[in-house]
Write a protein that binds this ligand. Structure first.
Ligand SMILES: [Fe+2]
Length: 242
């Protein structure tokens, strides 16, 4: 089941539809009420001004992160895969990250990086999902494990621009339909470029990890919260050993 993840450090998945529908409707509701966006979420560039985009993004993040049961809903999107990857005791990122890439917006670009070198634990996985069909520059790029691993061992010696030029032919650009997502390792080099497609992309990303693997700079209680407890852990807590 995880052949692709083992080989490349990423895996495309099909999301659970009911949870996705609830999350999608909630984001759409907020966009409609506050920003008068119609049903076409990939046309938001026709209504939103680029200068206001970061405020819109932050207000969506705050809104969805406080939605009741949001962490369980996000987990439901990929529960089969997450259970198999991480085991029964799972921590989830507290904030639900949202990014918006409107056509030709150069102010929201995410430069080439790995999350591990930015302070995330290599034991995390990232779930990334778009709220419309995406491909090419409306998506983002991932450098597969074999090519990415050298950068995690030594950090970035070359400039990000040099690495981009050197590796760009090996990038994988997820082509995803609405209803699909991708799970990837924070050790992978990734980023995005100017969206030169003719539609906007809104996407969510959230990190999960086993409660019992090492945390790095992003700590439990601050950046992560407990999501799920396995049977043995419940008994241990009941006894009072946690
Ligand atoms: Fe990242």
């Amino acid at each position: 089941m995880f052949k692709e993840f083992l080989k490349n450090g990423f895996q495309k998945i099909t999301l659970e539809q009911k949870a996705l529908g609830i999350i999608y409707q909630e984001i759409l509701f907020k966009l409609k009420v506050e920003y008068l966006i119609n049903d076409d979420i990939s046309s938001i560039h026709k209504k939103l001004d680029i200068t206001n985009l970061n405020n819109v993004r932050l207000s969506l993040i705050n809104h969805i992160s406080e939605f009741p049961e949001i962490h369980n809903l996000i987990y439901d999107l990929a529960s089969n895969e997450l259970d198999k990857l991480l085991g029964p005791d799972i921590a989830v990122q507290k904030k639900i990250n949202i990014s918006i890439q409107m056509p030709h917006d150069q102010s929201s670009l995410l430069d080439l990086h790995t999350d591990v070198l930015a302070g995330n634990s290599p034991y995390e996985v990232i779930l990334w999902l778009p709220l419309c069909d995406v491909e090419k520059t409306a998506s983002f790029y991932l450098l597969p494990l074999d090519e990415s691993k050298k950068y995690n061992q030594v950090g970035f010696v070359e400039s990000k621009k040099e690495i981009f030029e050197k590796e760009k032919d090996k990038f994988y650009w997820p082509k995803l339909k609405f209803g699909e997502g991708i799970i990837f390792s924070p050790s992978l080099v990734h980023g995005n470029v100017e969206n030169i497609e003719n539609y906007s992309r809104i996407s969510l990303n959230i990190r999960f990890k086993s409660l019992f693997t090492p945390f790095h700079k992003k700590k439990l209680g601050e950046y992560f919260i407990p999501l799920k407890e396995g049977i043995v852990s419940k008994v241990v807590r009941e006894v009072g050993f946690d």
